[in-house]
Ligand binder design. Structure first.
Ligand SMILES: C[S@@+](CC[C@H](N)C(=O)[O-])C[C@H]1O[C@@H](n2cnc3c(N)ncnc32)[C@H](O)[C@@H]1O
Length: 292
């Protein structure tokens, strides 16, 4: 079948859209199920062009979980498209009437209702709404950055400038292609800590782990949700790798290429990749850790 590139719906901090081409040749040729326990926008899964696989997606972020759960079904994708079309109409009308100030007010109102819904016990019943709000906020936030404070409240701010107020919020082709891709595989979506989600991994499964990178002196942004991913959490990743290796799973982990990370994973295979980082032709060195 011809390779068709399916775009992620979200622009995610630490997203691997531009890294995927470097990772694909390092992946195992054959495996049973695929597990991505830090899925974010799921850009790596999409680049793999899987067909007929058992796929386990997981992310601790409840709104990311809601989004992929909605996208698993045609009816979910249709409901999401309807809600995004409404957001597009409202955003365009607001900006036309009140300019950037109107766009910013709408962003603040959606962010407030997103934060209420995130903590609502009935949020699963309203997952289309949560997914639509996440998509709207992701498209209109400054740098598409998803940030949370210590209480788990999303704190990203409004992005578009006066000159570039128009934002494409409703992209039905992207939603539909993503839905079609997921339905070519048997996808389960969970919202747990990665170590719990990975209890389902079996011998000959492939596990791809892309945790927030290890904090260092030159640390960038690593706090996607209320509990930031600290050094202890990275030790848990290493411990999980040891367990999965004993089980006979193929595991690939990504992290920054630093002395600390190299020392931590010294018993495994390490490959450096140079990937584009930000604008102006800058690059960054990442470390690919594999147990095969
Ligand atoms: C580097 S991002 C993954 C980016 C993803 N590969 C992509 O291309 O979009 C890390 C993700 O891990 C999630 N996360 C952080 N701590 C987690 C945990 N303890 N268990 C599961 N997911 C977690 C964050 O919500 C975030 O989406």
């Amino acid at each position: 079948m011809e390779q068709r590139h399916v775009k992620p719906l979200l622009t995610w901090v630490g997203g691997k859209v531009r890294t995927a081409a470097h990772l694909l040749p390092l992946m195992p040729q054959t495996f049973n199920a695929y597990h991505e326990p830090f899925c974010g926008s799921a850009s790596t899964l999409l680049a793999m062009n899987l067909i007929g696989k058992r796929v386990y997606l997981n992310d601790m972020n409840v709104s990311v979980h809601a989004l992929f759960d909605v996208l698993k079904t045609v009816s979910g994708a249709q409901a999401l498209n309807r809600r995004l079309a409404e957001y597009q109409r409202e955003y365009d009308a607001t900006c036309k009437a009140s300019g950037r100030e109107g766009g910013r007010r709408m962003f603040d109102a959606v962010r407030a209702s997103f934060n209420r819904l995130k903590f609502d016990a009935s949020r699963y019943a309203h997952r289309v709404e949560l997914a639509a709000k996440l998509t709207f906020l992701n498209r209109t936030a400054y740098g598409s950055l998803y940030r949370e404070n210590a209480d788990g409240m999303m704190t990203s701010t409004y992005g578009p400038s006066h000159q570039r107020l128009h934002v494409l919020i409703h992209r039905p082709q992207v939603v539909d292609a993503l839905q079609a891709y997921l339905s070519r595989n048997r996808v389960s979506v969970t919202c747990k800590d990665f170590s719990v989600a990975l209890r389902l991994a079996k011998k000959r499964d492939f596990v791809f782990m892309d945790p927030p990178y290890l904090p260092s002196k030159t640390q960038g942004f690593v706090s996607y949700h209320q509990q930031s991913f600290n050094a202890d959490a990275h030790l848990r990743v290493l411990h999980t790798l040891d367990q999965l290796t004993r089980k006979g799973c193929h595991v690939m982990i990504l992290n920054s290429d630093t002395e600390e990370v190299r020392a931590m994973y010294r018993d495994y295979n390490l490959t450096t990749i140079t990937v584009p980082a930000g604008i102006a032709g800058k690059t960054r060195r990442d470390l690919v850790i594999t147990n095969y």
